[in-house]
Write a protein that binds this ligand. Sequence first.
Ligand code: RP5
Length: 162
Amino acid sequence: MPKVAIVMGSQSDWPTMQQAALMLKELGVDFTARVVSAHRTPDLLCEFANSAAEQGFEVIIAGAGGAAHLPGMIAAHTHLPVLGVPVKSKALSGVDSLYSIVQMPKGVAVGTLAIGEAGAANAGLLAAQILAVSDKALTERIKAFRKAQTDMVLANQTLELP
Ligand code: RP5
């Protein structure tokens, strides 16, 4: 049973949210991904969030754009940690999504990542880091990922003028 659920408000969020999925795959963390819309499928949202812990999920990644209620509404229905990804919107470039997700009132927490693909990838990474607190093998895989990243930067110091 996967411990991470990736949910998003629309199919159109998948090009962004697949970065979370790719990161989890790279780190060897099982996940499920599905579309759950706060305003188009509100009953599904409640059903999913209310039963997420019973289903065995331990972390939820929720991405949405525009008036992005999804992460906050999911967090309102579950005690599981929710990581919110502001998807870049057409009208306001994701600043609307960011403000909608990040400004949670006191008492219900959403951990908000950066706008767009970097935020989605880091949501996957952070979900893995949360699970790694009680998973030594995953901790080692995350350390190896970080070391490979560091080694790549150190190995490429070529800074040529055109
Ligand atoms: C939000 O509205 C979704 O998360 C998406 O980012 C945005 C636009 O959705 P579509 O009109 O592309 O389905 O609910």
